[in-house]
Design a protein around this ligand. Structure first.
Ligand code: OFO
Length: 174
């Protein structure tokens, strides 16, 4: 049995992850509009990864016999000042998500809910990676983006991101 407070907090996190999905999808459309197919590919795959995070939480609630509650999503922004600005906003957003995950861990610890702490540990590690990845792209843009054709080169790098695994089968992703 999952504590009610914990189940509510996980349902709120599903909403956060689905908003992340929506945000990256919007960034993918922005990239398409700017003629950056590599960035669009990168953002769409990030969106798929976010959906897989939501599904991981859904699977956990199901395993614990708690109800999944899907909530309303607000509309994400439509445009950013530049591709670099979009990645800066992505990094800021990931910082927010890291805070949400930390709050979930704090709640699980206060409830002595070790199973949930164990499940959340995967997300703690994942957030380190999420922030580092967004920062890595910003660094790449800073290094090459200002040079003539720089963003074209960055876009080619972004196109090389491996395709995300099936978001409905998230544990297939290590
Ligand atoms: Fe789900 O990690 Fe990004 O937002």
């Amino acid at each position: 049995m999952l504590n009610k407070k914990m189940a509510t907090a996980i349902n709120n996190q599903i909403q956060e992850e689905m908003y992340s999905f929506y945000l990256y999808l919007a960034m993918a459309e922005y990239a398409a509009d700017k003629g950056l197919p590599g960035m669009q590919h990168w953002m769409r795959n990030q969106a798929m990864e976010e959906m897989s995070h939501a599904v991981r939480f859904m699977n956990y609630l199901e395993e614990k016999g708690a109800a999944v509650e899907l909530k309303t999503l607000k509309a994400p922004p439509k445009s950013w000042k530049s591709p670099k600005h979009a990645f800066e906003e992505a990094l800021k957003h990931e910082g927010h998500i890291t805070g949400c995950i930390n709050n979930l861990v704090d709640l699980a610890l206060s409830l002595k809910d070790h199973a949930t702490v164990n499940m959340l540990n995967w997300f703690v590690g994942e957030q380190v990676e999420e922030e580092a990845t967004a920062k890595g792209v910003i660094d790449m843009i800073n290094l090459t983006g200002a040079a003539p054709g720089g963003m074209f080169m960055v876009d080619r790098e972004l196109a090389a991101r491996p395709a995300a695994v099936d978001p409905m089968n998230p544990t297939a992703q290590a």
